[in-house]
Design a protein around this ligand. Structure first.
Ligand code: IMP
Ligand code: MG
Length: 189
């Protein structure tokens, strides 16, 4: 377990491991192998979504045994709250062209899918050859948009998770595992 300093506690929350470093490592290797098989002979362009997904993305691309290009977009949705408001805007553009590329969007977590919906319409306007989505985490039964997910690391229940890139008010990203927060005995959702 990380030190309290690394956890960067806010108030009285307790951090609990939800998905361990080891489970994440195994899953990333599995996803990397499947993506390597699926993208053989294609023109793979990985779009990682800042900031949370970079932790997953840099591990995942190292598990993909193919030539690829990596670029980043940033899309804002939450502010400092734990609820999506349905609106999202691109706050950092891609540096490179995705025209005719086989784009793989790498996300840390998909919740209502509003963020993804906005991101996909932005990416489609740049004429990639294909777009698929890879997310480390998918909150089951939270989808409010019909968007298929091509690669999912873990399907999780409706809990607010932190660590391995995921934040709560910008904290906890540097935890090496995915955790949940407990406050006064209750798990935060
Ligand atoms: P959506 O638009 O509701 O699908 O929200 C997706 C975005 O919300 C993700 O990219 C995260 O930035 C954030 N998010 C959703 N659930 C969580 C969570 O449990 N912990 C941390 N961030 C989350
Ligand atoms: Mg995100």
């Amino acid at each position: 377990m990380q030190s309290e300093r690394a956890q960067g506690r806010i108030g009285e929350e307790e951090v609990e491991v939800y998905i361990s470093e080891e489970e994440i490592r195994k899953k990333v290797a599995e996803l990397g192998a499947v993506i390597t098989r699926d993208y053989e002979g294609k023109d793979l362009f990985v779009v990682a979504v800042l900031r949370g997904a970079i932790f997953f993305a840099v591990d995942l691309v190292r598990a993909v045994d193919l030539p690829l290009v990596l670029d980043f977009v940033q899309i804002s949705s939450y502010g400092d709250s734990t609820e999506s408001n349905g609106r999202a805007k691109i706050t950092r553009e891609l540096d490179l062209s995705i025209k005719d590329k086989d784009v793989l969007v790498v996300e840390d977590i998909v919740d209502t899918r509003h963020t993804l919906f906005n991101l996909l319409s932005f990416l489609r306007s740049k004429f990639p050859r294909s777009i698929r989505i890879c997310t480390l985490l998918n909150k089951r039964e939270r989808a409010e948009r019909e968007i298929p997910l091509d690669y999912v690391g873990f399907s999780i229940e409706n809990l607010f998770v932190i660590g391995y890139g995921l934040d709560y008010a910008q904290r906890y990203r540097n935890l090496p595992f995915v955790g949940v927060l407990r406050k006064g005995g209750e798990i935060l959702r």
